[in-house]
Design a protein around this ligand. Sequence first.
Ligand code: ADP
Ligand code: MG
Length: 336
Amino acid sequence: MANLFGYFSNDIGIDLGTANTLVYLKDKGIVLREPSVVALDTVTRKVRAVGDEAKRMLGRTPGNITAIRPMKDGVIADFDVTEAMLRYFIQKASQSFRAPPRVVIAIPSGITAVEKRAVMDSATHAGARKVITIPEPMAAAIGVGLPIDEPAANMIVDIGGGTTEIAIISLNGIVFSKSIRVAGDELDAAIIGYMKRAYNLLIGERTAEEIKMRIGSAYPLDEELSMEVKGRDSVAGLPKTIHITSQEVREALSDTIASIVDAVRTTLERCPPELSADLVDRGFVMAGGGSLIRGIDRLLSDKTGLPVTVADDPLSAVANGTGAVLNDLSWLMQNA
Ligand code: ADP
Ligand code: MG
């Protein structure tokens, strides 16, 4: 809708995730959803591709191209590459803008002040008129509709690619948060390790991720699943196909999932008693792609004794949260 000045509303929200970046356009919703991956020329360091196109190159690049994930561990591994990625996404999403956008960026809560500054500078270089950051678990909590302004405990567990972020929020502020570098990527790595140990089968990250999504679970399934997996035999060196079951994959994932359960329990142990009391009834909400692992909500509920719900669209929670605050930037100025 055109405003008084004749241009279109052009504020955007960004979920700068370790695995995926999403852009939310005010009044429009999520307009971009691409992997946080950049393909670089190894010699000139020039950016060859960003997002979907770069992810397709992961593990398949010739010697002169390398595909990297600059946010992989929830910290910025490479400032220049992160900036190039942000610029690409901001420009792609704001093509139709006639004036530079204001940008709200959700950043991992474990990020340092220097990294936060770097993200803000990158967004400014990428053409933002004003940049505001918001801690990712706060955006997730808003995105899933938790009443974070109430004087009561609101707890969110966001399992992403590189990090799991857990936070307890009350009165618009984070009371306690914890970020661990154990999430979807570690689950993929656990599957790679298992296939090698159990079958001498070498598989890549993308195959491991596919196995996790198709038959991965954290809790016994009513109907167990199975699938064929192709890779390279580490002894014979030739391509090979094997058959695996969801029981095996669950076993492969169990240690990594136990670390996530531990982190959730530690957070609960640190929670002030009044807020703990609130959580008995309110429980917590899960977001992030990792919350889609079958049965993880049930396992966490068993291990904590709390009610657990998975957000309706867990992969969009953070972006939706940035979108919600775009409508109320004054709220953010006061609370972020
Ligand atoms: P981030 O916020 O760190 O960018 P996301 O919330 O986008 O991460 O989640 C990405 C992670 O979620 C990846 O590790 C991906 O493999 C995992 N994921 C996505 N969908 C599923 C699914 N259906 N089952 C299990 N894991 C999933
Ligand atoms: Mg995320």
